[in-house]
Write a protein of this length. Sequence first.
Length: 113
Amino acid sequence: MIAAFATTGITFYVLSIKEIKTVLFQNFNEKMVSKFIAILPFLVSFGMYLGRILRWNSWDILHKPFSLFTDVFVIITNPIENIEAWAFTILFGLFLRLVYWVFEKYFSYYIQA
């Protein structure tokens, strides 16, 4: 069951990135889109850390914005004290980049967005 959920999540991530690229190419040049797509997996990973480890939810940005921003600010300004957050963000971001690269290289032909 967990493997099925993980596979579904990764599949939706890849399809979402593909859709985001399509929309971005309509409004920005290739250089800007490439930079954004390179940074996006790390932003997603940081969001996953906030949700899975620190237990923040999407509605907390409306209900407790100052507490959320305080936690984010502390993580960003004190990287040594928050090495777990940085390690999770970087390692999982690299994993997401690898997954998307493999998809683009080997499977993008089969799915047209």
